[in-house]
Write a protein that binds this ligand. Structure first.
Ligand SMILES: Cc1cc2nc3c(=O)[nH]c(=O)nc-3n(C[C@H](O)[C@H](O)[C@H](O)COP(=O)(O)OP(=O)(O)OC[C@H]3O[C@@H](n4cnc5c(N)ncnc54)[C@H](O)[C@@H]3O)c2cc1C
Length: 377
């Protein structure tokens, strides 16, 4: 067995790990990234074309600085690569005045200084007639929000890290991590890597490499739809920006329109099924009755001009933490982890990559990370 030595190993190069690799390489640190699959593969949580980007994050006001850091880093990277990683077309948080999207966005606005605008029911209806609103529905407009691009971003993080000197091993599975007093050994079938620190960001597989981490992967397919009238512009991104909408029963829809391929992405929130899955045994088939009926029904009710039959779908996974918040931080003297994306991590991944680099090198983090401390449970 060959042995290698480096400063830091990053295990798992999805959204979080690829960003950590980039931000560590940007500091001139000797870093090796290991990914079990190809880069930007469809078997984890970071595939498909887009994700919602929000600044007034309903999940926690502490996320606003992390989203802003992602935006700043991606803007800087885009200036170098000529690519766009975020499109800021704004987004709507819709629901009753006490719904989670509306209350949460207002709280982020108040506590984190994210600029937002309240829309009354009538203003919302006038500006966005695609929505079949309930009488009490209002909205909070988040102007800095929009969409971010998933697979191209993961590829760009890894390419930039390699450009800055990182070594990348795709298609290589880490089989064990042995933490010692003076070093950590990261084992693969072909090579053992000895390092000062390891960052583990293996998504739905995190608790397989770091036992005891309280995470629960959930099967969550991605769906795309088309307008009933193919000539309609009502669901182009500019007219149908990203949204999160909570209904009176606590369920809800999220999604966004599109300019590039005319596919409208919509997903259903609040499903109780398919929790606690084994990511190695994920059911990758789509079952029309189980997967589509409820979503199609919600779409027919909410957006009558959208054809409720999906035109494209893909299996995917969310990894839930007990409080719906990420686990990002130091877990051991030689181990930093990032996971528990809870379905809202992509927009934060570059900002989390920067935090992972800061925590690994024991710099002071650019923002408060106590709410994502992995030892909080
Ligand atoms: C349907 C859906 C919609 C979503 N919508 C949004 C949204 O609108 N906005 C948003 O911000 N977020 C959204 N998310 C969440 C976002 O996609 C995730 O937060 C993010 O992709 C999580 O990235 P990750 O790095 O934790 O996991 P992953 O991308 O899965 O990365 C983990 C990597 O580790 C690798 N790995 C695992 N085990 C090993 C091993 N032993 N050795 C080596 N490598 C290993 C895996 O192959 C994988 O590549 C959504 C998620 C889903 C499923």
């Amino acid at each position: 067995m060959e042995n290698l030595r480096t400063d830091v190993v990053v295990v798992g190069l999805g959204a979080f790990g690829s960003a950590a690799l980039w931000r560590l390489a940007a500091r001139g640190i000797n870093v090796i990234g290991i990914e079990r699959q190809a880069i930007a593969h469809p078997f984890g949580s970071s595939h498909g074309s887009t994700r919602l980007f929000r600044v007034a994050c309903m999940e926690h006001p502490g996320l606003t600085p992390i989203a802003r850091k992602s935006l700043a880093l991606w803007t800087e990277l885009g200036e170098r690569t000529g690519e766009t990683y975020v499109r800021q077309t704004g987004s709507l948080n819709v629901g009753g005045p006490n719904s989670r999207p509306v209350k949460g966005a207002r709280q982020a606005a108040a506590e984190a200084g994210a600029p937002t605008t309240d829309l009354t029911h009538d203003e919302l209806h006038e500006r966005f007639p695609q929505y079949e609103l309930d009488p009490g529905d209002v909205a909070v407009w988040d102007p800095g929000a929009g969409i971010c691009y998933a697979e191209p971003t993961v590829r760009a993080h890894v390419a930039e890290a390699e450009h800055l000197g990182a070594t990348v091993y795709p298609n290589t599975m880490v089989t064990a991590i042995d933490l010692g007093p003076n070093e950590v050994t990261v084992r693969t079938p072909t090579v053992d890597i000895i390092a000062d620190q390891v960052v583990v960001a293996t998504g739905a597989w995190l608790s397989k490499l770091v036992p005891g981490v309280p995470l629960s992967p959930r099967r969550t397919p991605l769906f795309w739809f088309q307008p009933k009238d193919p000539a309609s512009n009502a669901f182009r991104l500019g007219n149908f920006p990203s949204f999160i909408w909570e209904f009176g029963d606590g369920r809800g829809l999220w999604g966004h329109g599109s300019d590039e391929d005319f596919l409208v992405k919509v997903g259903l929130d609040g499903a109780e099924r398919d929790r606690g899955v084994d990511p190695d045994e994920l059911d990758r088939y789509i079952h029309p009755r189980k997967d589509i009926t409820e979503l199609s029904h919600a779409i027919s009710r909410a957006f009558p001009d959208l054809d409720p039959e999906p035109v494209k779908l893909m299996p995917c996974m969310v990894t839930d933490s007990p409080d719906g918040q990420f686990l990002v931080g130091r877990y051991d003297e030689r181990l930093v982890i990032a996971g528990g994306d809870s379905g809202h991590g992509f927009k934060h991944c570059a900002g989390i990559g920067e935090l992972l680099a800061q925590l690994t090198t024991k710099e002071t983090p650019y923002t408060d990370v106590s709410f994502v401390n992995p030892l909080r449970f």
